[in-house]
Design a protein around this ligand. Structure first.
Ligand SMILES: NC(=O)c1ccc[n+]([C@@H]2O[C@H](COP(=O)([O-])OP(=O)(O)OC[C@H]3O[C@@H](n4cnc5c(N)ncnc54)[C@H](O)[C@@H]3O)[C@@H](O)[C@H]2O)c1
Ligand SMILES: [Zn+2]
Length: 365
């Protein structure tokens, strides 16, 4: 097992990454929750095969284990589910000394983390991350949220987990599309910060599609290190460093919005968004002409989509959805664009004509 430290305003917390960690859950969370504390294991149906192991190891260490099941999918990040979990904690007498163990992907930890941040004005929670996306991204950094009908992640908090356990062996049961889509985010880390990782993915990335656990572990470690370093420096997204994690995301959010969040999963939209950001960087002369091509070859080799053609989307619909995103940044659209593989910078005031050209090139009408 490897550990990585993350700095936060609530103290440091550890990311534990390795294989066969679930039976050690109880031992790993000892010291976080008080002896004899109640622990609510929040999870979903798909994680049922792992819950017995987790519960047994928690009971063995003297914790009182309770279970709460969330529905599958983004619908779990709702006000109704936040209240349902809060009432379940209340009904079982959870106090400040007790805590939550969120077992699942980003959906479970976003909802459970948000509940943890507001229940009794805040209790501790641990993320047992079970998707590749969660292990490289969403379980780390303390962003929690639920969705409103007006948009995703509109109600949330910064509430760091007390511990993150990433057992890569559980990724074996992850649906192939989920695994592939998360590779969009993995490539992102290569472009924004780690040319060695990018090169490694070019040579060995396919091993991940074959669920080679050694390869997966290497990639989870590399990406988790980058995310940990960035959020340690910029926990509340006020200093700029965290913005680099948005590489490809301004376009991706525009695409997802224009599609009404159907047809593409997030990591796939990010892959197309990175294609656009790479090409924009080259068009503006900020990075070598070759970069978007190299990035495209890698994305294609990882079986990620690189074009919007089949979706029949209008350029104006994507631009409109991107503008909605812009409201979050005081009215200016900002793009994280590459300088070279491993280095990006934030750029403002991109001419509209350049954006239109990029969207056309990617297959929008
Ligand atoms: N908080 C953050 O910093 C952050 C960052 C990125 C994304 N997110 C959020 O994360 C969510 C997406 O998370 P996700 O991609 O992990 O999806 P997810 O949590 O919906 O999980 C995907 C599917 O895989 C199933 N699953 C999970 N682990 C499994 C396993 N080991 N074996 C079999 N099935 C398994 C889940 O039940 C679900 O059906 C979005 O809501 C997004 O907004 C949050
Ligand atoms: Zn993302």
């Amino acid at each position: 097992m490897k550990t990585i430290q993350v700095k936060s305003s609530k103290g440091h917390y550890k990311l534990c990454i390795g294989r066969g960690l679930l039976p050690r859950t109880g031992a790993l969370v000892s010291g976080i929750f008080a002896p004899g504390a109640k622990v609510m294991v929040v999870s979903q149906k798909n994680l049922a095969p792992y819950l017995e192991t987790i519960a047994a190891s928690l009971s063995k260490k003297g914790f009182e284990v309770h279970f709460h099941r969330l529905p599958d999918g983004e619908v779990a990040k709702s006000g109704a589910e936040l209240f349902r979990l809060s009432y379940a904690l209340l009904a079982r007498g959870f106090e400040r000394r007790d805590g939550i163990v969120a077992v699942g992907g980003g959906v479970v930890s976003d909802l459970a983390g948000f509940a943890a941040s507001v229940y009794l004005r805040g209790i501790r929670y641990v993320n047992v991350a079970t998707t590749l996306l969660a292990q490289v991204d969403s379980a780390i950094g303390g962003k929690t949220a639920i969705d409103l009908k007006e948009g995703k992640n509109l109600l949330g908090s910064f509430w760091p987990p007390a511990l993150v356990i990433s057992d890569v062996s559980v990724l074996r049961s992850l649906p192939a599309r989920e695994l592939r889509a998360s590779l969009g985010e993995v490539v992102k880390y290569g472009v924004i910060r780690d040319a060695v990782l990018f090169h490694w993915l070019e040579r060995h990335g396919k091993k991940i599609l074959r669920k080679d656990l050694g390869a997966i572990e290497k990639v989870v470690l590399a990406c988790a290190r980058i995310k940990a370093e960035i959020v340690s420096r910029d926990e509340f997204e006020t200093k700029g460093a965290r913005a680099f994690l948005n590489y490809g995301h301004t376009f991706a959010h525009g695409i997802e919005g224009a599609l009404g969040y159907k047809g593409l999963v997030h990591g796939e939209a990010v892959a197309i968004g990175m294609m656009m950001a790479g090409q924009l960087g080259a068009d503006l002369g900020l990075c070598p002409e070759e970069l978007p091509w190299r990035q495209m070859r890698l994305l294609v080799s990882l079986q990620l989509p690189v074009s919007l053609k089949k979706f029949n989307l209008k350029t104006v619909a994507i631009l409109k959805a991107m503008m909605k995103d812009k409201k979050k940044h005081q009215g200016t659209l900002r793009f994280v664009l590459p300088r070279r593989i491993g280095k990006v910078a934030v750029e403002k005031d991109i001419p509209l004509a350049a954006l239109r050209k990029i969207l056309h090139l990617a297959g929008a009408k």
